[in-house]
Each structure stands twice: as structure tokens, then as C-alpha cells.
Design a protein around this ligand. Sequence first.
Ligand SMILES: [Zn+2]
Length: 307
Amino acid sequence: MLEEAELKPKKLKCPNCSNKFVPKFFHREKVKFELGAPIHRFKIPKFKNSNGYSRPYNIVRRSWVTFCPKCKYIIKFAAEVGKKEMLADFSSLLHLKEFKENGNIYEYSFHDYEKPYKETIYYNEILMEDLRNDILNTLEDLNLAHWGKLYKMWKSESSIDSFKFLIRFYSLILKHIEIQDVKISNEKYSEKIKNLDLPEVLKKDLLEIKELRRKTIYEYYDLNEVDEGFIRNIFINLMFELVFKKLEPLELKSIYNKKDAEILDNEFLYSEFKKLFSNYLEEQLGLGEYANEFVISLLNKLKVTLT
Ligand SMILES: [Zn+2]
């Protein structure tokens, strides 16, 4: 997980109320003329100096502008400075940025300055990158692709039918039980299911899978659409619980309790989590139309919310 120090942002102190904060954004002030076309074709803004003589500005400035979230005081930093410089050598044709004044040719030479402070988005991106790695590393152990491969084959319709899916799904459940190393003397499937760390409803459903399998094999029972929906739901619910149980210890929610909670952009983080889970789960499991509900329920259960 993220170290406290990495979240330590450089803060700006408001000259008006002394509030220390990380700017949400900087915007660049507009200058009075565009540089996309030669300056000499534009009317360069002039000002009158003390003796009433008009001439172009010697220096053109643009600022990075932000404001204090507490007192709304506007704070500016240099973003671009254009200095008027006389040219010693010049051709008879005026080039871009050049202009004539009192028989001399001048040009503005510009210098850009970076934003003086990082905006909140920067810290949110670092945080998200860190969490993304933690989440993906954690989920790797689940080997979801193993389950997903079977589900994708079933859903692509051409490869395997519902009966084959049921049989293979059942054997994956058995393998899962084996990996969980449920320590009970009774070897019965039903006993092992009861001892899995899963919600009671899901355990009951997993027992139904066994019964359905038995019926299709020994009683030549044909699976109908209702059965198929039932099997699909159990598959999705089981995947949901496996993913949730794996992610729960990461305590993603705890990032919201960090000291500098004011720099956290919930909207940004929420949408990044959503994107991350949607992409990952789609790739691993191929849940298609069921993916969105899966991801939203997962985020809810992990207490990752917009508010
Ligand atoms: Zn202030």
C-alpha cells in the first residue's frame, strides 16, 4: 500500500488568509493577441506612458491563475513572459513575431514557466497507480481466467452446451474446495460446501448445482432456460464472492481516511476503480451484459463510493 510520505503534497499558502492548500487546478490567462499569425498584422495593444507617447508593451505576461478555496482570493504565478527585443539583423520582410516601431524591428521572445505547484489530480493519479498494482497483484492469485475460460466457451455458444458447462463448473468447484483445504473428516461434498467461507445463500445454491448435475447424468434430465439462468447466476455470484473476499483485506476504503483527505478526488478515484474492475473482469471472465452490475455491487460492498 501507499506510504504516507508519497502522499505528502507541496502546499500553497494563501497570501490573504494563510490557508495552506493544494490547488485543484491552474488555468492560463489569455493574452491580448494571438501568436498563430504574424504579430505585425495585428494591432498590438498600446498604452500611454507618462509623457503621453504610445508604444507596444515592452513585456507581455501570461499567468497561471488559481484561487484559495477558503477565501476565494485569486493567486497568480508567471506562466509566460514575452520580452520585446530589438533585432540587429533583419530582412526586409517581417517574420512571425516581428513588428516595426520607430524604424526599428522588434520581436517578442517568449519564455514558458511550468505550473508552480502540482494540482490535486497529480496526487490522485499517483495514489490510483499504487492501488491499481495492489489490486491486480492480489487478484492474480485467484486465477479467474481459469473460471472465465469455461464461462466464455459456454457463452460463445458454439463450443460447449449447458450440460457440459454444468459438469465442468462442478469440477472447478471441487478443485476450489481442494485448494481451500477445508479440514473436515467427512469427505462429502455437501459438508465441504457448508464449511466454505461463503454466504449461506450461495452455499445452498452450490448444493443445488450438485443436485442438478446428478439429475442430468442419472435421470437424463434436460436443462431448460430457467436452469441455465440459475447456473449462470450461481457462477456469477461465486465469482463475486471470490473477488470480494480477496480484495476485502486491502481496505481500499481506508484511503479515504488519510490525513490529506481534501486532496482526494472521489469522482476521479471512483471512475478509475470502475474502469479498472470492468476491464479486468471483462478480460478474465467475459461477463458481458452482467459486468456493470457486478462491478457496481463490488465497489459498494468494498465501500468505495462517490460520497
Ligand atoms: Zn485564502
